[in-house]
Design a protein around this ligand. Sequence first.
Ligand SMILES: NC(=O)c1ccc[n+]([C@@H]2O[C@H](COP(=O)([O-])OP(=O)(O)OC[C@H]3O[C@@H](n4cnc5c(N)ncnc54)[C@H](O)[C@@H]3O)[C@@H](O)[C@H]2O)c1
Length: 308
Amino acid sequence: MRVIVTGSAGFIGSHLVDRLLADGNDVVGLDDLSGGVHVRDGVELWEMDVADPALAGRMAAFRPDVVCHLAAQVSVRVSVADPAGDARVNVLGTANVLESARLAGARKVVFTSSCAVYGVPDALPVPADAPLRPASPYAASKVTGEVYAGMYRALHGLDFTTLTLANVYGPRQTPEGEAGVVSIFTDALLSGAPTRVHGDGGQTRDYVYVADVVDAFARAAGEAGGGGRFNVGTGRQTTDRALHTLVAEAAGAPDDPAFAPARLGDLPAMAIDPSATADALGWTPRVDLAEGLARTVAWARERAVARS
Ligand SMILES: NC(=O)c1ccc[n+]([C@@H]2O[C@H](COP(=O)([O-])OP(=O)(O)OC[C@H]3O[C@@H](n4cnc5c(N)ncnc54)[C@H](O)[C@@H]3O)[C@@H](O)[C@H]2O)c1
């Protein structure tokens, strides 16, 4: 298949490029390099803004079968400070990707959403058909992207699958993303710096390993799951305090965080139910949290050695 990956230099996008190439696909990346740094040698990169009107011409020349759309303004906090800037990338950028994909005759767009769209849910783990209650401009922009993808299917027959990601962690992640706490704990515990847990440490998140996430994208790029939105998470909640213990064990560091005040606006609990994803895409998470954290800490340790 001919596949375009937007956000190809980012954390998840760069792993997806690796996976799609390993599967024998013809891959082009798109990234403005505003956040991502992972440019793979030998893979064509369109270094451009995802909202650039010139995208349509480039896509038409490449004629992709599938566009995996991951480029985004990814920070909830930045979206609260600059909602229009967030919407420019996440809403106008998504509209530009969909229109360019349509004009290029693509079969499908795989859209990347976030469990933030569920806000404070009625029950945990959240099923994929739960009401959407965005509680930040970032979450609202993701809901809008989902609505646009559905509209393009109805209006133009351009197929889509939306993947609603839990908190993704693994090698190459940065502190800014939705599972940034893994990166923050890892770097601090490896360097002997102090760590802090906010509130009473009981806030929960659903951590899913990046290799499992790109496996969901590889599956969604096929024919299955057309017109659907699917949760890509484990369904399990991990408290901040328990996460600290697991990272400390993986790093061989003391499990002794300080406690800081809770942060305004942080959602108290999250986990998303992947059972419908298993039915439609045959996807289940395979890497458990202890194993994934061990791999993440090993990568961070190697990177720290390479930098010293
Ligand atoms: N990491 C998570 O836990 C998580 C959870 C839910 C959803 N997501 C979504 O997954 C996708 C990838 O996130 P990530 O964690 O890899 O973040 P990331 O910041 O590593 O990757 C995003 C990439 O998009 C690029 N980008 C940003 N603005 C752009 C623009 N205007 N034009 C072109 N490229 C632009 C950045 O340079 C970066 O390489 C995003 O859509 C994000 O919202 C991530």
